[in-house]
Design a protein. Structure first.
Length: 131
């Protein structure tokens, strides 16, 4: 699980989507003002917070000296899946700018898929959870 990658998506949202306009004319409202984008941003934020809460729960259990295999496996599985989804959604919101190296989303879009295998594949995490 990579908290910087997961946490970066909301910062990408606030730094880029907020000033972005839905057309070239300055009179158009910011893209973040469109209801569909607001719904997508709400879903993304909820996923980030859910993954973070599971990670904190697993860490607290470990800190207290208890076994946390189940909680850690669940947190890794959920966080890696949500990270991929959130980054893909952010990439779609960015449109063609998502391919530009001057925007952070380009790097996140390249790195997010590695989380699916870096901490153990989803199938491995499911085996740990299922035990």
């Amino acid at each position: 699980m990579s908290p910087p990658v997961v946490a970066a998506s909301p910062s990408v949202r606030s730094n880029w989507v907020s000033p972005m306009r839905s057309s070239a004319t300055p009179s158009e409202k910011a893209i973040a003002q469109h209801q569909a984008i607001q719904f997508k941003l709400a879903e993304m934020g909820t996923k980030v917070e859910a993954a973070h809460a599971m990670m904190v729960n697993a860490a607290r259990k470990k800190d207290s000296g208890q076994r946390n295999d189940l909680e850690a496996g669940m947190a890794k599985y959920l966080a890696s899946e949500y990270c991929k989804e959130v980054v893909e959604d952010a990439f779609r919101i960015h449109g063609g700018y998502g391919f530009s190296k001057e925007y952070e989303i380009e790097r996140l879009y390249r790195e997010a898929p590695m989380l699916l295998i870096g901490e153990g594949t989803a199938e491995i995490q499911k085996m740990i959870i299922g035990r």
